[in-house]
Design a binder for this molecule. Structure first.
Ligand code: COA
Length: 322
């Protein structure tokens, strides 16, 4: 039986930082409201000419370096993104070309804010079944391009960035289990109505931006994240107290705190980056993981619980021995 294990992590954040105060001149909001309701203080915003593959590539190079893996060793690239550079080719193919390698499979996974967990699930299955042995799993997003900058209820919530891991075949886990779910009935709660087959004309209007029923999303996220955390722990025979670090999708500090509280986990065992990055969708978990690995909080041997919730609705979790 083969297992997969995280060999290295990497991240990239664009240079430009937007503080909450910067929104006060744009919409009817305040630094205080944003901090209190979301926990967000600032976010990084991509430069005008910066794309998702630019950020994905930077994060990937750092992960490869930490893993001590050469790009020639990679035999699969999966990019989780809902904001690809182009309709096609996939961002994963663009990253592959820019790394200067070719031949092996590369594809994108589209599961909104749960995208990284979906990509990790797929990569883990590839490794376990012998289909790959060294996978670049990347979450990268440029949400600033689908934000309606006139809508105060959504524009303050998101940021840009990328995170990556190198997932390698190993004799023992590593990734102990992954769990992914979806419920497509909630399409209207969180969506960007414009799309290719829906018509490019929509892109000219506000339909090309994020539409969200914030309260509905909030309530659903808190409920399913608790259920999936319990599903994950019970399948592995693990108690909440055994978790060294909860590394959740970073959408709202209140959602994160509620998830931790339901598991009886103190906040000093939760990696929080939403204050610095806001919601970077599929990039948020690998970004948070990289921050905590590089600042020394996450150590080899630690037990990590990842959990995420996003549009679809999609949600998922993974229990990982780092
Ligand atoms: N600044 C000031 N006021 C704002 C605001 C902002 N940026 N955004 C919304 N408001 C206002 C609303 O218009 C509303 O005003 P009203 O009472 O006059 O109608 C009031 O604040 C309360 O709005 P409400 O939506 O009930 O606030 P909330 O406490 O639920 O917080 C969110 C709103 C969006 C922060 C919260 O619902 C949330 O985080 N939802 C989940 C979002 C999410 O995680 N999405 C991604 C999932 S991957």
């Amino acid at each position: 039986m083969k297992y997969s294990s995280i060999a290295g992590t990497g991240a990239y954040l664009p240079e430009r930082v937007m503080a909450n105060k910067d929104f006060e001149a744009m919409v009817d909001t305040s630094d205080e409201w944003i901090r209190e309701r979301t926990g967000i203080k600032r976010r990084h915003i991509a430069a005008e000419d910066q794309t998702t593959s630019d950020m994905a590539l930077e994060a990937a190079l750092k992960a490869l370096q930490m893993a001590g893996v050469s790009k020639e060793d990679i035999d699969l690239i999966i990019v989780a993104t809902t904001t690809p550079d182009k309709v096609f080719p996939s961002t994963a193919c663009i990253v592959q070309r820019r790394l200067g390698v070719s031949g092996f499979a590369a594809f994108d996974v589209h599961a909104a804010c749960a995208g990284f967990i979906y990509a990790l699930d797929v990569a883990n299955r590839f490794i376990k079944t012998g289909g790959a042995s060294c996978v670049l799993v990347i979450g990268a997003e440029t949400y600033s391009r689908i934000i309606n900058w006139k809508d105060r209820s959504t524009c303050v919530l998101f940021g840009d960035g990328a995170g990556a891991i190198v997932l390698k075949a190993a004799d023992k886990p590593g990734v102990m289990s992954t769990h992914i779910h979806a419920d497509g009935r909630h399409e209207d709660s969180l969506h960007v109505p414009a799309g290719i087959s829906s018509g490019y004309d929509l892109v000219q209007r506000e339909e090309a931006f994020i539409h969200m029923k914030g309260n509905e999303v909030f309530r659903a996220a808190v409920g399913v994240l608790d259920a999936i955390a319990r599903e994950t722990l019970s399948i592995n025979g693990v108690q909440p107290g055994d978790i060294d670090w909860l590394i959740p999708h970073q959408a709202n500090l209140r959602i994160i705190s509620a998830a931790a509280k339901k598991l009886d986990l103190p906040m000093d065992r939760v990696v929080v980056t939403v204050d610095q990055h806001a919601n970077t969708s599929s990039a948020s978990i690998p970004l948070a993981l990289d921050v905590a690995v590089r600042d020394g909080r996450v150590q080899r041997g630690d037990l990590l619980l990842f959990e995420a919730f996003g549009a679809g609705f999609t949600w998922g979790s993974a229990l990982v021995r780092y």
